[in-house]
Design a binder for this molecule. Structure first.
Ligand code: M6R
Length: 649
């Protein structure tokens, strides 16, 4: 979703803003803009399209010496992705500019009221109402007859023909030198709005500060030496500082070059301790790979290793830092709910299997966007596991909160320290994947799988549903996973050749049973989101109940066959596909010699316990999706229409 940057300090703000926005590009966007304070005026540049276009229209000396500024990449919700709708948005007088991530639900009635009072709007966005509301709080509103025209805005309007330089119809600025502080004006303005958002405001009359408010959408403030930097996500700050303040819902921050003060919107002061981020800037760079996604796929062995580090060293049970449920709670557990979106949900499907299999607790995985509106029978004897790489996905947070209201204990599995989900949960299991920049999730997924396996094992040990030798055996097999993942990656060229052969197809299918079905769903999503091919995952036994009608000669069908207890059943499904001329590509263990009797195209993975197989079986499918997308010339790290972190409903 939208990327947000802000800078107050001693350096030129523009390059810092552009660099930060570039590091947030992975969140997905369709327009971009900056506002920089220059000699007492705010200069705005904004454009539809990518940062390359913004860089072009900001080049030249004009904006370079301003040391205070804000920047934004927009993912359209209200209004088309046009120049006019790009952020920042300004008030009538051009003295207040606003950037915003999220949605102002009551923007229409507010806009109508503001227009009736003489404000002129230049965009279709919900954001613009905030700039006008703040303008009124600072300078007053229409007082017909006082005669003072609003000051024209320098910058974008004149050069680009947008109606930024104008005379507003009936608006009269009544108070040129506002007695109201910017923070007070912002507070009063946001109190008139409803919605989920992060808002950042700059005012030319109070040029030493940036004011930011968080109401659900994430905001982080980095504390540097003589400079303070604001961003919507950690990677944008890493090259400047690793000491951050995480702004919480309902809080407002006032940033100056010497730091930031935080208070609640009701005026109460908040004492915040900075958090130290352990990721370094290099981890958020491509490191010689052509795409972040390929780099992240290759980082999986290390990510697995780090996620297990220190947690599987004791022989008898996992030691899960951040998980503190009591033995009595675990013994009394009647059910686990798992909730998440997209890839994280697919990880949850694997979680269901291992928790039921090892800990013998019934598990219900549910998509967060469904769970939040379901009359789900969640009670205090349940544990709800919310899974989210970012820890900021709006639906996942809403589902987790809803579950919490019903009395559940909330456990979070997330990658981002200090994320909203991590702060709201009773138990937090960090996956330690490091920054995941590509929109298509890979290393976060695989680390979620081992996190869920560790959680399942922990529950099983506490409930006495697995014997000590079995626990030791599982732990040993888990510890071997990073090395085996590395072996799968060494077979990358085979997958790349297969992708080159199949890249021109329009439909593909993925089938499997049990855990193989869970992996099939993730393999299919990966392919869809970056290759733009149509694909579908099916429980292998379901094929003959309808979708088999779409299997015609040459249609590729990936068949996962790692689950021994249903192996022969899946072989029968492979035969159903072959009988219709479909091209079967199996994903099978090295030890599986039988499979070659059924198909010659086999993507191999090293042998492991069937319960752990998803961690290895997904890797060739991630690589396949990546190479198909590359063959088709797609924007792999930022696929069309998608955003990394979906912070709106
Ligand atoms: O940050 P989250 O894990 O909560 O994100 C959830 C989904 O939006 C995410 O997994 C999405 O499906 C990925 N783009 C898939 O690769």
């Amino acid at each position: 979703m939208c990327g947000i940057m802000g800078y107050v300090g001693h350096r030129s703000a523009l390059p810092i803003l552009l660099d930060g926005l570039r590091r947030l590009e992975y969140r997905g966007y369709d327009s971009a803009g900056v506002a920089v304070l220059n000699d007492g005026h705010i200069e705005v540049r904004k454009t539809a399209g990518k940062l390359a276009q913004l860089t072009e229209i900001t080049s030249g000396p004009g904006l370079l010496h301003g040391t205070v500024g804000i920047g934004h990449t927009r993912w359209a919700t209200h209004g088309l992705p046009t120049d006019a709708n790009a952020h920042p948005h300004s008030d009538c007088g051009g003295r207040v500019v606003v950037i915003h991530n999220g949605i102002i639900e009551n923007f229409l009635p507010l806009k109508e009221e503001l227009q009736a009072r003489g404000h002129t709007f230049r965009s279709d966005t919900d954001t613009e109402v905030i700039a006008h509301l703040i303008e009124e709080e600072l300078y007053g509103h229409e007082q017909p007859g006082t005669g003072e025209p609003p000051r024209p805005l320098r910058g974008l309007g004149a050069e680009r023909g947008n109606a930024e330089t104008r005379r507003s119809g009936s608006l009269r600025i009544t108070n040129h030198e506002s007695q109201v502080t910017l923070e007070e004006a912002v507070r009063r303005a946001v109190q008139q709005t409803r919605g989920a958002y992060a808002i950042v405001v700059l005012c030319s009359d109070q040029p030493d500060r940036i004011v930011a408010v968080r109401q659900i959408s994430p905001l982080i403030i980095g504390l540097g030496k003589g400079e303070t930097i604001l961003a919507s996500d950690i990677p944008a700050l890493l090259s400047h500082t690793r000491d951050v303040l995480v702004i919480e819902d309902g809080e407002m921050a006032v940033m100056t070059a010497s730091g930031a003060t935080v208070e609640r919107l009701d005026g109460a002061t908040v004492a915040k301790q900075p958090l130290r981020i352990t990721w370094d800037a290099e981890m958020a760079e491509k490191g010689g790979y052509p795409h972040f996604m390929l780099k992240e796929i290759h980082e999986q062995p290390r990510a697995l290793q780090e996620t297990m580090m220190g947690r599987l060293d004791a022989p008898g049970a996992p030691e899960l830092d951040g998980v503190s449920y009591s033995p009595e709670f675990v013994r009394g557990l009647r059910k686990l709910w798992i909730t998440a979106c997209g890839t994280a949900y697919h990880a949850g499907l694997v979680g269901r299997w291992v928790v039921e299999h090892w800990a013998k607790i019934p598990v219900e995985p549910e998509l967060a966007s469904e769970l939040r509106y379901r009359d789900a029978l969640i009670d205090p004897q349940t544990l709800t596991v919310a899974i989210s790489q970012s820890g900021e996905t709006a639906d996942t947070l809403a589902a987790a909160r809803e579950a919490r209201k019903r009395g559940t204990r909330l456990a979070a599995i997330t990658n981002v320290v200090g994320s909203t989900l991590s702060r709201e949960a009773d138990d937090v299991l960090y996956v330690r994947a490091g920054p995941e920049i590509a929109v298509a999730s890979s290393k976060a997924y695989i680390t979620m799988l081992v996190a869920l396996q560790m959680l399942a094992l922990d529950l099983a040990v506490r409930r006495g549903t697995v014997t000590p030798p079995r626990v030791a055996h599982i732990i040993q097999a888990m510890k071997a996973l990073p090395g085996k993942a590395q072996e799968v990656l060494q077979r990358e060229s085979e997958v790349a050749s297969l992708a080159a052969r199949l890249a021109d197809r329009e439909h593909m299918f993925f089938i499997g049973r049990g855990l193989d079905y869970a992996v099939a769903q993730e393999g299919s999503l990966k392919l869809k989101e970056i290759s733009y091919l149509h694909s579908e995952a099916l429980a292998a036994g379901e094929l003959k109940h309808g979708t088999l009608a779409l299997v015609t000669p040459g249609v590729p069908v990936f068949a996962l066959v790692t689950q021994r207890h249903v192996y022969e059943k899946t072989l029968s499904n492979i035969q159903e596909v072959k009988a219709r001329g479909g091209l079967v590509i199996a994903v099978a263990y090295d030890r599986d010699t039988e499979i070659t009797k059924h198909t010659e195209v086999v993507l191999r993975i090293p042998d492991t316990l069937d319960d752990l197989a998803p961690v290895l079986a997904i890797i060739p499918l991630q690589l396949f999706a990546y190479y198909v997308a590359r063959e088709r010339g797609n924007d792999i790290d930022q696929p069309r229409n998608l955003a990394k972190s979906v912070t709106v409903e």
